[in-house]
Ligand binder design. Structure first.
Ligand code: AGP
Length: 614
């Protein structure tokens, strides 16, 4: 997820664009850049690192005056955070400049075509390929808007593009597919942005762009058409948010925003990794297939929420590949003198890619000659840089300290890794893998169903906000969900919350149960041996002792609902994928309780987003 700005009007473009990027720096902050049209053509400046680096560059190398330009603050997906990979990207003649938010799935094919055409790439990004394609259309005599239309017809994946042409004065053109883009309508000036935060100080009149639409703005006009050159309805609206809310997309917290971003984050994490026959395509797995076929054990190493994702990965990877999987807390791993050989595959999971405990585990594993695959959400972070291979999640920057979309996209990456290993080791037939991949592809829509039905969860938060203890129970992959639900509640509401394996309750923890004690129970889908029935028995055990049971189960699971004081229904998915849905109400519950208690949900006490000390 990146931040994009476009401007045309009477103000100095550089001033408007840099200020707009500042308002969106939370969307991505590993590099930034600007391009404007001046009397000498398109001029651009771009720098890796925080936006302040670009500002310094602009002081040292100022741009000539301009009233037309584009800007970008990046969250790297293809290509690390370097000056060269920063946006904007220019065509090879420098006539056209472009910024991009999203993932071009057919990037490799387009790049090969352009290289064969004699184009020399200055960066590793998918976005630069689009800049070259667009300029080629302009040089063929098409106006910028028509050139954009012809270009997007070549692209697959998710993309929002904004471009300028040195020979097209007072005009900025954009195209939108999947990644957000909104027009700010001013007085003799127009704005384009990933979200309204970037221009809200200048105008509150906006136009939302729809899927597969192209917009051409000039100081006095906005023209919206479809990718097929048809007139598109213009939907103006008035922004009634203040600036702070605008930066959170209208949500009260970044955490809440990120909870609701999860379906798209999961879609983006799947993008480009599923082949036409629904077999896995993990280009980034830079580990020799023969070596992966030879591994005889896997150790997953992580901390906190990422560790809970690892616990779920164990069930999936062992079931699909029959390779033994251990899951270790990174802070414990290297001190227990682990058995690691060259046939061990160590998988680390880290949203930030900077967690010191996990980084030390990577170094220890590599000293033991094991190959290390990292699952990470931060392109170019230390942990992926020190690993043999990386599977990036594409959740976009996660600002809230309590991890939400980081967790669900880690699960997706773990599932992809497990299925990929099963595929290359012939542990599962292609049709079995394809069937599971179809279930993965169906998850975002089912996540939306859950997120559209959180009324009961919000009411429950009001009921339970003053409780001193809350328990969470689950079995099989529901057990790590119970642990994660407890962690979410602990870390932002500061209430005592604990997750248990449901089968473990009778071995001690059931002594905690007393009248009115709230107990969340995650019930697995039916059909997996006695798993379901055993958990229903656990519900009865705690209910018989006075607990208030909050049951998460399949929508039509009447047996589980029978013993629920509060029932939170879930769409049906395969057992191993249920955590992606079951965690959603628990995230929102924690967020709402903490909000009602008046806590700073995004920056809870004593915590940091990335723990870079051991
Ligand atoms: C999760 O809500 C916490 N913020 C914390 O447990 C976090 O998951 C842990 O510190 C690991 O961080 P990482 O994924 O960036 O390595």
């Amino acid at each position: 997820m990146c931040g994009i700005v476009g401007y045309v009007g009477w103000r100095e473009a550089e001033t408007v664009i840099v200020a707009g990027l500042k308002r969106m720096e939370y969307r991505g902050y590993d590099s930034a850049g600007i391009a404007v049209v001046t009397a000498d053509g398109v001029v651009s400046r771009k720098k890796a690192g925080k936006l302040v680096n670009l500002e310094t560059e602009l002081v040292e190398h100022p741009l000539a005056s301009s009233h037309q330009g584009i800007g970008h603050t990046r969250w790297a997906t293809h290509g690390g955070p370097t000056d060269e990979n920063a946006h904007p990207h220019l065509g090879r003649t420098g006539r056209v400049a472009l910024v991009h938010n999203g993932i071009i799935e057919n990037f490799a094919q387009l790049r090969a075509e352009l290289v064969a055409d004699g184009v020399e790439f200055a960066s590793d990004t998918d976005s630069e390929a689009v800049a070259h394609l667009l300029e080629r259309e302009v040089l063929d005599g098409h106006g910028l808007t028509e050139a954009m239309r012809r270009t997007v017809g070549r692209l697959e994946g998710s993309f929002t593009l904004v471009a300028i042409d040195a020979q097209c004065p007072d005009t900025v053109v954009a195209a939108r597919r999947s990644s957000p883009l909104v027009v700010g309508v001013g007085d003799k000036e127009m704005f384009l942005a990933s979200d309204v935060a970037s221009f809200i100080e200048h105008t509150r009149e906006a136009i939302e762009l729809g899927q597969d639409q192209i917009v051409e703005i000039t100081p006095d006009s906005v023209a919206v058409t479809t990718f097929d050159a048809e007139e598109a309805p213009v939907r103006p609206y008035h922004i009634d948010w203040d600036l702070s809310a605008a930066e959170k997309g209208g949500y009260d917290w970044f955490m809440r925003k990120e909870i609701f971003e999860q379906p798209k984050a999961v879609s983006d994490t799947l993008l480009g990794r599923i082949g036409a026959d629904r077999l896995l395509v993990l280009d980034e797995m830079r580990i020799d297939v023969a070596h992966l076929r030879s591994i005889d054990s896997i150790i997953v190493v992580a901390c906190g929420t990422a560790y809970h994702a690892g616990l779920i990965a164990k069930y999936a990877i062992e079931h699909w590949t029959r390779i033994p999987v251990e899951v270790e807390l990174a802070s414990e791993f290297r001190y227990r003198d682990p058995i690691v050989t060259s046939r061990t595959l160590v998988v680390t999971i880290s949203q930030s890619g900077e967690t010191a405990d996990t980084l030390m585990a990577v170094r220890h594993a590599r000293e033991q000659r094991a190959k290390v695959v990292s699952i990470c959400n931060t392109n170019g972070a230390t942990i992926p840089r020190e690993s043999d291979a990386v599977i990036y999640t594409h959740a976009g920057p996660e600002i809230g300290v309590a991890s939400t979309k980081g967790f669900t996209t880690q699960l997706i990456a773990c599932y992809l890794l497990g299925l990929y290993l099963a595929q290359i080791r012939d542990a599962k037939f292609g049709d079995e893998i394809a069937s599971l991949v179809r279930e993965l592809e169906a998850l975002p829509a089912k996540m939306d169903e859950v997120l559209d039905d959180l009324g009961t969860t919000l009411a429950l938060a009001r009921d339970l906000m003053d409780c001193s203890v809350v328990l969470f129970l689950g079995r099989h992959v529901g057990y790590p969900v119970a642990l994660e639900g407890a962690l979410k509640l602990k870390e932002i509401s500061y209430m005592h919350a604990e997750g248990f394996a449901a089968g473990e309750l009778k071995h001690g923890p059931i002594a905690l149960v007393e009248e009115g004690l709230p107990v969340f129970i995650v019930v697995p889908p039916r059909g997996r041996d006695q798993l379901h029935d055993k958990v229903v028995s656990n519900i009865q055990e705690v209910r018989a002792r006075g607990a208030r049971t909050i049951v998460l189960a399949e929508r039509d699971d009447a047996e589980a609902e029978r013993f629920a004081d509060v029932f939170l229904p879930l769409p049906t998915v395969p057992t191993l994928f249920q955590p992606v849905l079951a965690i959603l109400p628990l995230q929102e519950f924690a967020c709402e309780v903490a909000t009602l208690k008046g806590h700073d949900v995004d920056q809870p006490r004593n915590l940091a987003k990335s723990v870079t000390v051991e």
